[in-house]
Ligand binder design. Structure first.
Ligand code: MSP
Length: 634
């Protein structure tokens, strides 16, 4: 029985951070979990290397696209190594084998009549690789708010419109095809609006897979990227994937485009798509320009990969957005790992050494873990990782209390030998069961506890579906005891992680060749007069309220007081850089005399001023001193 899992193949125009690590760690957890259920579990990740963004990033770094991609792809692969992830395939889209699979998909779609040549003329956002229908020249991109460019070209189109009904029927008959429920609803609503055909080739991009015999066409990045899931396992015949694990922002490509491409080609569909939430840093979206990127490596160096895994899976309810902070990471480590699991292990094993000469006593028959086992397995099955961990920690705390009540240290001399045997066996067996259940989440530390318990078989070979009370063998000598989770001094650890993080930032800046975007020197004739500048009405505004615009990940709708009787409604492409809470009560700069413009059907009456570096997120202009609302900037 096979179980094929994929993560997104990551863009190489940003270096890996814990956001990417989050998805890949969960995929690794699921692979371990499925393996322990007897599946032949296979995990593919990779890198998405084509397209105009990568071409530009390479140019900025002063490298050829291929050399640039090699460097960043290696950085991703190194990251997965540092995290000891069980990756079977690292699929790069520049792998020559991949081009053939993409071409084959295209030929099949075309052969079946789902591809036609048409002409595209319209607005295009180079940052999102998005052709924006119904936009006028100069209109902003509905996703990022940056100005679109006008292009006219001949493209191959894919008849996406032919699949709307079939897709809706699929979502209906397989309700768990897209999970969680909220994402499924979003996709259903999107498809119900009707689907338009999409262009799947480009002629204005050089850095892409050429369409055979159709020069200068190259494949559109998503047609190319999604297919990587098949390329990776082409030799093993493992398609279809059992699970595509992705972040919520790319659900449409996976749940709408991808099944349609596969149907058109007469190929099998993936079984399930799970789109998880966003990992924020101290409640803000991580972004280069905000300088709040967190990488996995410094955390692994200071606290170990398991500490990061535990934190991400326990603290964030899988499927919803969650927040990372160094304080919370160290706090969780000390309270749950050092004081909880680590303490139970050392306490139990030390008592066995002290009172029973380091040999597991005769088995106790009272099973205190059956309910935990079944609840944890069903939580894993349902992607409820934080719940699974809560269940395991509730067992740990039950055993802790049990040990305190039994107080073996008080009764070492006066109680019957059976009393002590029972107490020690119960604690050790519960520890063994917790260790097995935790193996998919904490592979490195559970292996240590396993060998301290003196177990002979490998932990990974234990079958989760036959886990039950009594597996620990009486008479088995325990191994050498050592602290698995030594307590960590928060101040010292956080200081070291931040320092390593800064060093990594500097190293990666060199790798990416990134500098803030500098405006091209204005031509003499392009200089403007002071009168020209005075035409722009820049005002101090106070954000009164902010909410995300539904169906547009990047857009935020705000009410801004700029000193007029009524607040203005302003829509801006800043929702990936700021949370609504971070905006409310903030003083910002508004261009007050722009013509109103409709974004996602909402009229925006003004523009919020922000700076950005290419490929980065916008950073709002603000003031160091206080200044009244409505004041003009001149
Ligand atoms: N190349 C496309 C995916 C193509 S798949 C056929 C892409 N790449 S990406 O580099 O932008 O990666 C996006 C994915 O990285 C998200 O879907 C998610 O899995 C992961 N994450 C990146 N940052 C993240 C957070 N801050 N939080 C959670 N996941 C994040 O899109």
């Amino acid at each position: 029985m096979k179980y094929y899992i994929t993560t997104p193949i990551y863009y190489v125009n940003a270096a890996p951070h814990i956001g990417h690590a989050y998805t890949t760690i969960v995929a690794d957890l699921l692979k371990r979990y499925k393996s322990m259920l007897g599946f032949h579990a296979v995990l593919t990740t990779g890198s998405d290397e084509h397209g105009v963004n990568v071409e530009r990033s390479a140019e900025r770094a002063g490298k050829s696209p291929q050399v640039f991609c090699d460097a960043i792809a290696a950085e991703f692969a190194r990251q997965w190594n540092v995290l000891s992830l069980g990756i079977d395939h690292f699929q790069r889209t520049t792998d020559p084998r991949h081009a053939a699979v993409v071409q084959d998909l295209f030929d099949r779609c075309r052969g079946n009549g789902y591809v036609y040549k048409g002409s595209y003329s319209g607005q295009y956002c180079i940052f999102d690789n998005l052709y924006v229908n119904d936009a006028a020249p100069g209109d902003p991109c509905p996703d990022c708010g940056r100005p679109t460019e006008t292009i006219a070209e001949e493209n191959f189109f894919f008849k996406l419109s032919a699949f709307a009904e079939r897709l809706l029927a699929l979502y209906e008959s397989q309700p768990d095809f897209i999970q969680p429920e909220s994402r499924r609803n979003e996709v259903v609503a999107f498809v119900r609006q009707g689907l338009t055909d999409i262009s799947i080739t480009r002629t204005n991009i050089k850095w892409g897979i050429p369409v055979a015999g159709e020069s200068p066409h190259v494949f559109y990045v998503w047609f190319d990227a999604l297919t990587a899931y098949m390329t990776a396992v082409a030799d093993e015949g493992l398609w279809p994937a059992d699970l595509h694990l992705i972040g919520k922002e790319i659900v449409r490509f996976h749940a709408v485009y991808w099944p349609a491409f596969l149907w058109a080609a007469g190929l099998e569909l993936p079984k399930r798509i799970y789109a998880h939430g966003w990992l924020l840093f101290e409640n803000d979206k991580m972004s280069k320009s905000r300088g709040n990127i967190v990488r996995a490596e410094p955390i692994c160096q200071v606290m170990g990969a398991d500490a990061l895994r535990y934190f991400l899976l326990r603290e964030v309810v899988f499927g919803t957005d969650g927040s990372f902070s160094y304080d919370a990471l160290v706090g969780r480590y000390n309270s749950d790992l050092a004081n909880g699991l680590g303490n139970l292990a050392s306490r139990t094993l030390t008592m066995i050494r002290q009172y029973r000469g380091g040999v597991i006593p005769p088995a106790a028959t009272t099973d205190i873990a059956a309910a935990t086992i079944s609840r944890v397995l069903s939580a894993y099955e349902n992607f409820e990782f934080s719940k699974a961990l809560e269940e395991i920690w509730s067992l740990i705390s039950t055993v802790d209390k049990y040990i305190v009540t039994q107080a073996p240290w008080k009764h070492a001399k006066d109680a019957t030998p059976e009393y002590l045997d029972e107490t020690l066996y119960t604690a050790a067996e519960a520890l063994r069961i917790a260790t097995v259940l935790l193996a998919p989440v904490l592979p490195e530390s559970t292996r240590k506890i396993w060998s301290q318990l003196g177990m002979k078989t490998s932990l990974e070979s234990v079958r989760l579906d036959s886990l039950q009370w009594g597996g620990l063998e009486a008479g088995q000598p325990i191994g050498e005891i050592a602290a698995v989770f030594p307590r960590i001094d928060p101040k010292e650890a956080i200081g070291r992680m931040r320092e390593l993080e800064e060093r990594a930032t500097a190293e990666q800046a060199v790798l990416m060749g990134k500098r803030p975007e500098t405006a091209a020197p204005a031509e003499a004739s392009a200089k403007i007069s002071i009168e020209d500048f005075a035409k722009v009405d820049l005002r101090v505004g106070l954000v009164l309220s902010a909410e995300r615009v539904k169906g547009a990940d990047k857009l935020m709708q705000m009410k801004v007081d700029i000193g007029e009787p009524q607040p203005r409604t302003i829509v801006a492409g800043i929702a990936e850089a700021y949370t609504p809470e971070a905006l409310v009560n903030r003083k910002v700069v508004i261009v007050a005399n722009l013509q109103p413009r409709k974004l996602k059907g909402i009229e925006s009456n003004g523009m919020i001023v922000a700076a950005s570096v290419e490929g980065g997120k916008p950073v709002l202009a603000g003031f160091h001193e206080d200044i009244p609302v409505g004041a003009r900037l001149k």
